[in-house]
Design a protein around this ligand. Structure first.
Ligand SMILES: [Zn+2]
Length: 490
């Protein structure tokens, strides 16, 4: 009894008042690039202080395989066994904004599979190589279940309000007075709701001397954190943060279609929804340039936008349509949760995404798959040799194209009396997808007495998105008016 009391008192005395009153300041330590010194110096030092940390690993080109510069996977495994977190920094440390479509998937998967084969827990934390971000990468990061993504930025992180896929950090480096001032000034920002995230490269960094930290300096910093009772933790501490973005997986499987929700302000909401499909010749989705800006325009107009991360067909023509139809079914079934009218769900698409939108509007088998309206922006409509965009056709139908498939996916030939109304945008001088695609579709709709409005530009070419710089009037205003004035009886 008495012994127990003594132990308790002793423990209480060791804990600082800040800890007792829950005001302890939090620091997240992150170490990038799998530098050799992380294994030989940083990890053992952290262990002495009982500090946690995240090691964002990659196979750094020109460095990986050289045991004097880079950790081996065996050493990474040992860090994990010591209790440190292993995060994903991509396979080749490639900048996200320089990746070709689909590349991020394989860059992430390589590290995940490597971890899996070595018994390292699947990474849940990601770090952008060279702090370079790309908004189009977000759905991929989400699909791979990354809960945080760290970047640079030199400011404190506010987990309760900041985007967890944009975690700012301070870069520790050097030993000059300015370098040290930077570290201590960053720490002064820590406080309630404000976490300081540090990025550390090699200690020292032989390969990248400009981000090198001398061992004595890191020792000084860690000693300071210890003496001042900072809580030093890995990024995975924050794995349970809710994401401010809303994502809907249309399938429990990892690699299937995803919807990103852009809700309008409550007082503006019209109960209308639009599923948005970016273009990209069915070879990629130009979300950053087309899908996301369109969703923002819709959101501002009081319309709930759902960016569809449809799967790319690679010659398997039914795949994108399947995903678009899943999205319509999902939104009809969950209309109430999103405060939507289940009969006001439209689909908007750019270029190849316009082909997908017009396919959705002409290929449905029942009401549960039918969009209530279409918005087609410089759409590919036809698969006919004289009209189509060849790259788009090749990606959708593969190398061997039959006359039957051409007919099936030439949507100007698929219009019926129950095809929904359309708002169509095109520039007359489009040299990628001829304006005739839109004009043939308009003619087909008119033949069936379907409401259609065409917004033609004299100039602008292909791919101007929501802002045709050659024009003073943008199509988006007229389009929002058209959606709001739709007659919904049909
Ligand atoms: Zn890096």
């Amino acid at each position: 009894m008495i012994h127990g009391m003594k132990n308790k008192l002793l423990i209480l005395m060791l804990i600082s008042p800040a800890v007792l009153f829950g005001q302890q300041k939090t620091v997240v330590l992150t170490c990038d690039d799998a530098c050799e010194s992380h294994y030989s110096f940083v990890a053992p030092l952290l262990k002495q202080y009982g500090f946690g940390a995240t090691f964002y690993v990659c196979e750094f080109p020109g460095m990986f395989g050289d045991s004097t510069r880079s950790m081996s996977w065996q050493q990474i495994k040992e860090l994990s066994a010591m209790g440190f977190e292993i995060g994903n920094h991509t396979w080749h440390h490639k900048n996200l904004d320089r990746m070709i479509p689909g590349e991020l998937d394989s860059e992430l998967s390589y590290v995940e599979q490597k971890c899996d084969s070595l018994g390292i827990p699947r990474p849940v934390s990601f770090a952008y190589p060279a702090y370079r971000e790309d908004p189009a990468s977000i759905p991929t990061l989400i699909r791979h279940r990354y809960r945080t993504a760290r970047t640079g930025g030199d400011r404190p992180w506010q987990p309760s309000t900041d985007d967890p896929l944009h975690v700012p950090s301070y870069t520790i480096k050097g030993d000059g007075p300015e370098d040290k001032k930077y570290f201590y000034q960053a720490l002064e920002q820590a406080g309630p709701g404000k976490v300081i995230v540090f990025t550390i490269h090699g200690v020292p960094d032989i390969a990248h001397p400009w981000v090198s930290t001398p061992p004595a300096v890191l020792k000084e910093y860690l000693q300071y954190l210890y003496a001042h009772h900072y809580r030093v933790v890995p990024m995975r501490e924050f794995v349970h943060l809710p994401t401010p973005r809303e994502f809907i997986s249309l399938s429990p499987s990892d690699d299937l279609a995803l919807l990103t929700v852009f809700r309008p302000r409550k007082d503006l909401s019209k109960g209308t929804a639009v599923i948005v499909c970016s273009g990209g010749a069915y070879a990629f989705r130009f979300d950053g340039g087309e899908g996301v800006p369109a969703c923002r325009k819709l959101q501002d107009a009081g319309i709930t936008a759902f960016l569809l991360d449809y799967r790319l067909p690679a010659g398997n023509d039914t795949v994108p349509l399947h995903d678009a139809q899943s999205a319509i079914r999902y939104l009809q079934a969950h209309a109430k949760a999103f405060r939507l009218d289940p009969h006001k769900i439209g689909i908007l698409g750019f270029s190849a995404g316009g082909h997908l939108a017009s396919t959705t509007g002409t290929h449905f088998k029942n009401a549960a798959e039918r969009p209530d309206f279409m918005v087609l922006v410089y759409p590919v409509i036809s698969m006919a040799d004289s009209l189509t965009h060849k790259w788009t056709r090749k990606e959708l139908l593969g190398d061997t194209v039959t006359a039957e498939k051409i007919r099936l996916y030439s949507n100007e030939l698929q219009v019926t009396d129950s095809t929904p109304g359309a708002f169509i945008v095109h520039a007359m001088d489009d040299d990628g997808v001829p304006v005739a695609n839109s004009l043939y579709f308009e003619a087909a709709l008119l033949q069936h007495h379907i409401p259609v409005q065409v917004f033609l530009y004299a100039h602008g070419g292909h791919g101007f998105s929501v802002n045709n710089k050659t024009a003073t009037v943008q199509w988006t205003g007229a389009c929002m008016d058209w959606i709001k004035q739709m007659k919904w009886e049909k």
